[in-house]
Design a protein around this ligand. Structure first.
Ligand code: FES
Length: 572
């Protein structure tokens, strides 16, 4: 085995080595910190305020057992955690902060390998961004989805059914009391959202990138096999350190293209675009928005999972899991990228039967053909915008309508249900001020609610365009991530109510019927500009000053590119 990184802390007779060893012993075996045993940090996003990750302390214990069994020394390393449903104003504002803090702690500590425990939406992306930056051997343990909850005899999908039931309550088809009654049934226990939302999507993406033990993603949080696989992961990371198998060896450009195919095949969340771009950016791989369209748009959705389909993550696992699904598109995957085990992903895609074809559709008769994420461009989105056709109304994918513009989330909420709002089912709802800089933090508000008066007429979908993101559990004909955003001077900030907007997904176009001269002559109105008050202190100021646009992953500009694990100075 090569000299361990931790040996730089622990080997020697000088004062610094003395201090490092002496303070760490505290009951550890004599040889635990002798510079020869791999020191494994379990980067743990468990937090009582991240309900989807609360169980990860128990998972960490299983990882620890595995690390000890393989001859390593495990350490619990609590890291910044983000509860998607809890933190205000939006968890995305803190993803880069979490990733930056993790990166610094991974580098600063005497660590040879990392086990990354994540689950809730932003946690796996932040962990992978940090591990990619430091580039020491690392492996993901995905915390797993919840068991399915039921309400009045029907399965409830976390998130997706909140959106559906709240719209039904606004439309008057269920009572407010019934809506609130369902709240008790939504969350059945440990784990993350059980739809193919962002957490499930990023677990599958991590597996397709090669960063989990193959077959791990989608293992339910309550399933005993989650703990067995966590134990195995603990053993594996010790082997990975010995082999010096690093994130940059695993997460190659081709591995990202595989992840894009996997996300498309499961009908995964649009949020995966900003997360995969940001992770790839940390490795300097040159992944672009167009790679998503080129690699993923033609991939059929075979997972009949909410929000695109009917079932939930429990059902996917029962039907054979993500590997059974991926084995059906094996020919679309690059064969070379290796996984954390050292063997290529495609080696794990043989003899993977599908046990329920109502959950994992055959490739020949998929849930939806050509339904990966599509990238739209035009004079409304010169840098690009995205749409997930699998979650949209097919008839609205080609559409011309007049804009109804909202300058902020607050403006939208104040006016959307106004009976006097001039809007029809053919209108295009435009929301701005919700990009990385504008909100700031790019919240999941792109699936804005439909006007009540249209809901009451039976309308259930409309074209919606914004510089925001959308929850991975949401659905609708929703065009997102418009770049540049309005607050960065993008043309979205110049659109006015009544302008004619054309959406042409087939030809990947998104345009407003204004000439270049007309656009140049326009200036954002005072209300638009007032919505972007610049923060003056703290993380939010750093973020707004340095965050990049959605088309490059919304990371901070100074965090792009790997910075490695070296620490050259210390002082005691
Ligand atoms: Fe945590 Fe959905 S809120 S995964």
């Amino acid at each position: 085995m090569n000299r361990l990184r931790s040996a730089d802390w622990y080997v020697g007779a000088d004062r610094n080595a003395y201090i490092h060893r002496a303070w760490m012993r505290r009951g550890l075996p004599e040889d635990a910190v002798d510079g020869a045993k791999p020191q494994i940090a379990i980067a743990n996003t468990a937090s009582d305020l991240t309900p989807c990750n609360m169980h990860l302390n128990e998972v960490a214990e299983s990882v620890k057992q595995g690390v000890w069994a393989a001859g390593g020394v495990p350490y619990n390393l609590p890291v910044v955690s983000l509860g998607e449903t809890q933190v205000r104003p939006t968890a995305m504002l803190w993803r880069n902060m979490a990733a930056m803090a993790m990166e610094e702690m991974f580098r600063a500590n005497p660590i040879d390998g990392l086990v990354l425990l994540g689950g809730c939406d932003k946690t796996i992306p932040a962990l992978l961004m940090a591990a990619a930056s430091v580039d020491i051997p690392a492996v993901v343990v995905p915390g797993g989805p919840m068991m399915t909850g039921h309400f009045r005899g029907q399965a409830l999908g976390c998130g997706t059914d909140v959106w559906r039931l709240s719209e039904e309550a606004r439309a008057g088809t269920i009572t407010g009391a019934q809506f609130l009654e369902s709240e008790q049934s939504m969350i059945r226990g440990r784990g993350h959202c059980n739809t193919m939302g962002t957490a499930s999507t990023m677990a599958v993406a991590a597996e397709a990138l090669g960063m989990t033990i193959p077959g791990f993603a989608g293992t339910p949080a309550a399933d005993a096999r989650l703990l067995s696989l966590s134990h195995e992961t603990g053993r594996l990371i010790v082997e990975m350190v010995a082999a010096d198998r690093k994130p940059s060896d695993i997460m190659t450009k081709d591995a990202f293209l595989n992840a894009i195919v996997a996300v498309a095949a499961v009908g995964g969340s649009t949020n995966s675009v900003v997360h995969l771009l940001a992770i790839a950016g940390r490795l300097g791989l040159g992944l672009t928005l167009d790679d998503f369209d080129a690699a993923g748009a033609g991939v059929p959705v075979m997972a009949n999972l909410q929000p695109s389909g009917l079932y939930l993550m429990d059902d996917l696992y029962r039907a054979g899991g993500a590997l059974a699904l991926l084995s059906q598109v094996k020919d679309l995957l690059h064969p070379d990228p290796i996984t954390v085990t050292g063997a290529p992903l495609v080696d794990y895609l043989v003899d993977r039967p599908v046990y329920d074809q109502t959950v994992i559709f055959p490739r020949e008769t998929p849930l939806m053909a050509d339904a990966g994420i599509a990238v739209l461009r035009g004079n409304l989105a010169p840098g690009g915008a995205i749409i997930k056709p699998a979650a949209a109304t097919p008839a609205l994918l080609q559409h011309v309508g007049t804009a109804v513009v909202f300058d902020s989330v607050e403006d939208m909420r104040a006016r959307i249900d106004d009976p006097d709002l001039e809007v029809t089912a053919d209108s295009v709802l435009v929301l701005r001020g919700c990009g990385p800089k504008g909100y700031p933090g790019m919240p999941e508000v792109g699936n804005m609610p439909l006007p009540r008066k249209l809901l009451e007429q039976g309308v259930r979908d409309m074209v919606r365009i914004s510089d925001a993101r959308m929850s991975g559990t949401a659905y609708g004909t929703v065009i997102l991530h418009v770049a540049p955003e309005a607050a960065a001077g993008g043309p979205l900030g110049l659109v006015r109510t009544g302008d004619v907007i054309t959406v042409d997904v087939e030809n990947r176009r998104l345009s407003v019927a204004l000439t270049d001269d007309e656009l140049r002559a326009r200036r954002p109105d005072a209300a638009t500009e007032a919505a972007y008050a610049a923060p003056v202190r703290g993380w939010t100021k750093l973020y707004v000053d340095h965050v990049m646009q959605a088309d490059t992953g919304a990371d901070l500009d100074f965090l792009v590119g790997s910075s490695g694990d070296a620490v050259t100075r210390e002082s005691h």
